[in-house]
Design a protein around this ligand. Sequence first.
Ligand code: ADP
Ligand code: MG
Length: 577
Amino acid sequence: MATGKINVSVDNIFPLIKKFLYSDHEIFLRELISNATDATLKLKHLTSIGEAKVEYGNPQIEVRIDKDNKTLHILDQGLGMSEEEVKKYINEVAFSGAEEFLDKYKDAGKEAGIIGHFGLGFYSAFMVADKVEIITKTFRDEPAVHWSCEGSPEFDMQSAERSERGTEIILHIAEDSTEFLEENRIQELLSKYNKFMPIPIKFGTRTETLPKPEGAAEEDPAPTEEVDNIINNPNPAWTKAPADLEEDDYKGFYRELYPMQFEEPLFNIHLNVDYPFNLTGILYFPKLTQDLNTQKDRIQLYQNQVFVTDNVEGIVPEFLTMLRGVIDSPDIPLNVSRSYLQADGNVKKISSYISRKVADKLQSLFKNNREDFEQKWNDIKVVIEYGMLTEEKFFDKAEGFALYPAVDGAYYTYQELVEKTKDAQTDKDGKQIFLYASDPVAQHSYIEAAKAKGYEVLHLDSPIVPHLIQKLESSKENISFTRVDGDHIDNLIKKEDTAISKLDEKQQESLKTEVEEVVKEMGFVVQLEPMDSSASPFIITEPEFMRRMKEMQQTGGGGMFGMGNMPDMYNLVVNTN
Ligand code: ADP
Ligand code: MG
């Protein structure tokens, strides 16, 4: 028996990298800038512990296009590589120097925010270039190295002239990838992936207008100056301590994240954990439209300030994918399939942490300023109700802040609602009935009739209400929701003063026959009842169970009942007073 190491031959792996390593070719730039960032952060760490005796200074990363030579350059002032290091880190595909660095410097390296860990990122350059050169000079006292490779396993390595420390990567862009020689395209990639990376990234220059000197004439043009065009904010709000941020900082960061969003967010939630996983971020509750599918500005996922994706499905609980903001975690495995993500223990913990944080924040907003919370309710209810429906733990927590608005503008928590209606709205079996309207204007006369009897009528109108009340009825003891124009309000509610009809039995019998004669073609079921507090001669109601079935079908939840298209069915209740 023996153990050994499989030697991956570069011969085999190259075409694979080119085709399959990343489905998105554009990420090569993210990978190379990540390496440049790592190289700079490593140097920072080594100087801080005295291992590198050089001036750290204010290093930058630069991206430069050379259209004439069809090359794209990425330059950094990081720790550089010696000949030995190039052999080890570059020539051995899949040997990650980042991982080695992390092993060696352990947690200090993690704190330094090192990005790489697969040891394949560099080779993504070959997805867009048919020749790659590295010119690098280590911070140590060793000569610079010039490495070049044309995408085959043979590479060329020589000493080079460069005297300042750091690395330049030169990509000779392939014929099929010339889009990456366009300024606009590179600018687009930089703002997508690198907008919040920790080391300043320069891409060209821009003209800045200076204030006019004193005494300048009206028609004199304002003086201008060419300055470095720095495309990133190296210290985004989520990397700072919540105590150092004001409300305006959060709003400002929202605009930075979503420059095209003009509406301000309702409130924000600053996430910050370091055990048992690392996660930072800021989530915002935007004003939401009722249509849940039209959202385009989504939560962005970062890893050590590098943009990864805005598809956070599986990482953020589903009901919270409607929020906006960023989450940043080095503990979310990247470049892996969604199904793997969902099975990953860390990812599950992250998801439930986020859910809990959101619930806690909602609870404290409610507690600290109920009036403000009530005003925002209409804009946040869809998220909360959806969360109650899909997450058991959130359902429990939401008991403290989920609101049930009444048609007249009052807001109740569940407990308050129970308390408020327990006397007037409990039937003879002790079951408590909550009345609600979904459209107070259309249901006006029913609401008035119910109010006249002293009943409280809620206004529940979000698209998932039928599902939510189903859920409430099954998790709470002895309660039921009934629409204010439902058929059995009066059967269910305890009537203390049983109304007596002005008509005797015989008269009632003939009235019923007469009305039935008229409406039977229309499919109404006729019912007589004295409605003393209502002025209406008759009302039409739809049986509660029919209505619910239909509503659930409309919102996509009715499929499980296999009911097909529900027929219309109505009760006609005729007032015998
Ligand atoms: P990873 O970043 O996951 O370690 P890469 O393939 O991206 O893997 O890079 C391999 C190694 O090459 C890095 O870990 C690093 O040691 C070295 N390297 C790449 N780019 C640079 C650079 N700009 N400066 C210094 N070292 C670099
Ligand atoms: Mg890398």
